[in-house]
Unconditional design. Structure first.
Length: 367
């Protein structure tokens, strides 16, 4: 999706002054999400933020009415890399279907013995049997441990964005302005001949394990057309959930989620909101309920000051696996990271992303 300490910072700090950012972040929930696996800064009071930083950004999108005790898989997984120069921010998605080795983990309620699975399952296994803050902390910790095992990247902070909660932000904003970069057909919302709302497709699992779609007769799916437009709250959330009808599936959805969250933060800090105290406070109230941040022991105001030189144009979205599905031989419905992406993650680990992208410009995504 970008909101979180630095999808929040990659959205908010890019357009806010330090004092305004500190005020805006007052409603955001702060919590130790990384546990012992995080690179916790020992920083008494305010101090300079130095050295390259990696922030784990996680998007979750629980089903409406889902039992809070039921494990939730992470919907999107993004590494936000901030170089030591603090003049850019790089967003690298880990495909949610990446086939990985998840290490053994005991969260105090359930013990996971370890094994091979899709990377988004690590979030579910970490929080299994728990609810609320405890579930979030252990879910993020196991996901971070899994990514460390996969590519050696460790994290200085983390954040969780609840996409359903973000719809409430968009409600207060009255919608969101964003660029729809490809024709997108909804599998969730359609209109019947009387103008009523119905599900336009019956979804089923194909023999190869993939998702199949059967059109429902008489129901026309909602479509989102290419171009700059204003999306109503229900349209925005529906748009960023779509993947089944897109040519590159989850890769296209990841890009749309990133664009959406960035657009939401621009809306939150637009002139129309900032000059209306009542509206601004309402926006912050609902946004705070949708975001949970682990600042890594660094004061949020210090994060804001460190990122003061980064503008919206300095946030770079990078394609994993060249933006296509790279099927895993270990599981036909999962994928492996290609060698270029493995090298990219090594560049993240060693703070060489700028030079890596100079040699691989095709990995920079639009939008």
């Amino acid at each position: 999706m970008l909101g979180t300490i630095l999808a929040v910072l990659a959205g908010a700090v890019l357009v806010a002054k330090e004092a305004l950012f500190s005020y805006a972040m007052r409603g955001v929930v702060e919590q130790n999400l990384l546990g012992d696996t995080g690179n916790q800064a020992q920083q008494p009071g305010h101090a300079s933020v130095t050295g390259a930083k990696n922030i784990l950004l996680i998007g979750v999108d629980a089903r409406p009415g889902q039992d809070p005790h039921e494990p939730v898989r992470s919907d999107s997984i993004i590494i936000l890399h901030i170089p030591a120069t603090y003049d850019a921010a790089y967003l690298v998605s880990i495909p949610r279907d990446t086939w990985v080795e998840i290490p053994p983990y005991d969260n105090g309620a359930r013990q996971y013995l370890g094994g091979d699975d899709k990377v988004n399952a690590a979030y579910a296994f970490g929080g299994n049997g728990l609810t609320g803050p405890a579930a979030r902390s252990h879910a993020v910790e196991l996901l971070a441990l899994t990514i460390k095992k996969l590519c050696g990247v460790t994290f200085d902070g983390a954040a969780i964005v609840d996409f359903t909660g973000f719809q409430q932000v968009v409600n207060v904003l009255g919608g969101v302005d964003m660029y729809v970069d490809q024709e997108t057909t909804s599998v969730s919302i359609g209109r019947n001949s009387k103008g009523g709302t119905e599900v336009p497709f019956r979804q089923y699992t194909r023999d190869d394990g993939g998702q199949g779609l059967d059109p429902v007769p008489g129901v026309t799916p909602v479509a989102y057309h290419v171009g700059y437009q204003h999306l109503a709250p229900w349209q925005a959330l529906d748009y960023v959930r779509q993947r089944e009808t897109l040519p590159n599936g989850d890769y296209d959805r990841q890009r749309h989620q990133q664009q959406f969250i960035k657009a939401v933060f621009k809306g939150m800090l637009s002139k129309d909101v900032l000059t209306n105290p009542m509206r601004f406070n309402k926006v912050l109230e609902v946004a705070g309920k949708a975001i949970t941040i682990d600042s890594g022991g660094i004061d949020l105001a210090d994060w804001a000051f460190a990122m003061r030189g980064v503008s919206g144009d300095d946030v770079v979205t990078i394609k994993s696996n060249e933006g296509t599905f790279n099927q895993s031989p270990g599981n036909g419905t999962a994928e492996d990271l290609d060698q270029t992406t493995v090298n990219l993650l090594a560049a993240v680990r060693t703070d060489q992303v700028r030079s890596f992208l100079a040699a691989h410009p095709q990995l920079v995504a639009g939008g």
